[in-house]
Design a protein around this ligand. Structure first.
Ligand SMILES: Nc1ncnc2c1ncn2[C@@H]1O[C@H](COP(=O)(O)OP(=O)(O)OP(=O)(O)O)[C@@H](O)[C@H]1O
Length: 227
């Protein structure tokens, strides 16, 4: 088997450690994502899926356990190394899109590529292609404030994929979308996954969507179990 795109093992995370309000969110959570596979992460609200996604995406550090991305163990890596791997290998779609308000949709999608040294024309051409794949090429010149919630979500999705990451981590990426648009975004994702060997972990409450993914995992009492 090829090397996992992402491997988490023994992940522990407690908020407010040592205080009376201590919350032990992750208790030995573990999962492995293979390239070219879309995995659903289903969890009730508050179960810790955002915490797990942030740790997997190197935005937060666990109290214990290891995070490997593309076979590289990130435990104890410097902030600089974590930032480099995050930018190059991880795409993130957040629940709230975090688009930059002063830039157009096209620029928002092109920026991560520019940060990695891609020239403007090439970055914008790819951005346009991605926006087209989710049906919003005609909105490329609009700023986020002039886009609907669902359009913003699609821009965020394109931005996450702009640098052709190894791993896509998404928190309710189709939450604001109507069923037809959600299908379209999901189809675009599946095409990319099959074409590029991207590994995707998609947190969702939508069981119908989860049923269409390759694999389903559940976050339960701080551990990850197969559904
Ligand atoms: N920075 C923090 N400090 C203290 N507690 C936190 C912090 N972040 C999250 N928590 C708590 O940890 C638990 C898990 O939070 P998390 O955001 O990971 O849940 P979630 O499964 O993503 O929830 P939702 O589906 O509602 O977004 C919750 O009880 C939350 O209140």
């Amino acid at each position: 088997m090829s090397e996992p795109a992402l491997r988490l093992s023994g992940i522990e995370k407690t908020y407010n450690r040592g205080q009376t309000a201590e919350i032990r969110v992750l208790r030995g959570a573990a999962l492995t994502l293979a390239p070219g596979e879309v995995t659903a992460l289903v969890a009730p609200s508050g179960a810790g899926k955002s915490t797990l996604l942030h740790i997997a995406g190197l935005l937060d550090v666990p109290d214990a356990g290891t995070v490997e991305i593309g076979g590289q163990d990130m435990t104890g890596a410097s902030d600089r190394a974590r930032t480099r791997v995050r930018r190059r290998d991880v795409g993130f779609v957040y629940q709230f899109h975090h688009l930059l308000p002063e830039f157009s949709a096209l620029e928002n999608v092109a920026l991560p590529q520019r940060a990695e040294g891609t020239g403007r024309r090439a970055a914008e051409a790819r951005a346009r292609e991605l926006l087209d794949s989710v049906g919003i090429a005609d909105r490329a010149g609009h700023r986020p404030a002039a886009l609907s919630g669902g359009e913003q979500q699609r821009v965020a999705f394109c931005r996450a994929l702009a640098n052709a990451p190894r791993v896509l981590l998404a928190d309710e990426p189709t939450g604001n979308l109507d069923p037809a648009t959600s299908d379209r975004v999901f189809a675009a994702l599946m095409t990319l996954v099959r074409e590029t060997g991207l590994a995707a972990l998609i947190a969702t409450h939508n069981l119908e969507l989860a049923a269409r993914m390759d694999r389903r995992l559940r976050l339960e009492e701080g551990t990850v179990v197969a559904d």
